[in-house]
Design a protein around this ligand. Structure first.
Ligand SMILES: C[S@@+](CC[C@H](N)C(=O)[O-])C[C@H]1O[C@@H](n2cnc3c(N)ncnc32)[C@H](O)[C@@H]1O
Length: 286
């Protein structure tokens, strides 16, 4: 692939998703895009590039962008965030929302569904403490194909062997042939919607808990900042944000701060008081 082809493809993917692809990743276009060309009825990658160069090819651009997403995920990925959700986040919010008995959770890059279903299984385990509560899990992803697979909730033997405790497999899945389907009770707890993190999430409502894991790593700094700014705008002051193991808000966004002694867990930062307000309140009190 020559430099011009790489520049065209990476510009399209960047504009549509925020994913920043470096030139050393050019081989990914070469391996992932020929099947896209075939699906679109084109002879090869060269024909796809020629089509995109003509411009105004929204459907082809979407297909190329979806193909370039990395969808790696597994049940209870990294285990710690799910343990923190159960041990720290859930008890705190159950106490804080005792009057409303309503919680909303957002999985902002849900891929094939293992993350939201892991949360739904934890909520099922905690059903006694959540009796009478309404807990919604909204799971979004830019990729329509991932949303379709997540809704289907059908996993291979390999996928259910990655991170899923065997007792949860027995309790919350049914075997269909060589694959395993998440039971309706867990599936019904998750509401899927396509959503691009470059867009304004206001229409999704507000969320007490946000899992935005292993997607910011693919964005450059300005995009991470914009996404975190908007996520913060959807959360109450006692909300909780979970990022991936190699992601942080530190040095990226002042809208969140780490929860002390809980690695990987963040909360909205208290707003900075303007100096004039601080001075006048001092003057008033002394
Ligand atoms: C590596 S997966 C992470 C899945 C899961 N959160 C986890 O940690 O296991 C990243 C997901 O982010 C999605 N994604 C990439 N760019 C996105 C964007 N601009 N808006 C929403 N989702 C995006 C991809 O389609 C992919 O499914």
């Amino acid at each position: 692939m020559n430099n011009e082809d790489f520049a065209l493809l990476s510009r399209i993917v960047h504009e549509r998703s925020g994913l920043a692809l470096k030139p050393e990743k050019a081989y990914l276009f070469e391996t992932r895009l020929p099947p896209v060309a075939q699906k679109l009825g084109l002879a090869d990658l060269g024909a796809l590039i020629a089509l995109l160069r003509r411009g105004g090819q929204a459907a082809a651009e979407v297909a190329v962008t979806e193909a370039m997403t990395t969808n790696e995920t597994f049940f209870f990925r990294d285990s710690k965030p799910f343990e923190q959700f159960r041990r720290v986040t859930l008890p705190n919010l159950i106490a804080a929302r005792a009057a409303k008995k309503h919680l909303r959770i957002w999985c902002a890059a849900a891929s094939t569904g293992q993350e939201p279903y892991s949360l739904a299984m934890i909520l099922a385990e905690e059903r006694a403490r959540l009796a009478g509560w309404r807990v919604e899990i909204v799971a979004t992803d830019i990729s329509q194909e991932m949303i379709t697979r997540a809704k289907d909730a059908l996993y291979s033997q390999f996928e259910v062997q990655r991170g899923l405790p065997v007792q949860y497999l027995m309790r919350y899945f049914t075997q269909t042939g060589e694959r395993w389907r998440v039971k309706d009770e867990i599936r019904a707890a998750v509401h899927y919607r396509p959503f691009n993190l470059l867009e304004d999430p206001t229409a999704l409502g507000s969320f007490d808990v946000v899992f935005c894991r292993n997607v910011l790593i693919y964005f450059e700094l300005a995009t991470k900042q914009r996404v975190l700014e908007r996520v913060a705008g959807r959360m109450p002051s006692d909300g909780q944000l979970f990022l991936g193991a190699s992601e942080t808000v530190v040095g990226v966004s002042a809208r969140f701060e780490p929860v002390p002694s809980e690695t990987g867990l963040y909360r909205p930062a208290a707003p900075q008081r303007p100096a004039t307000v601080a001075r006048s309140s001092l003057a008033g009190c002394c």
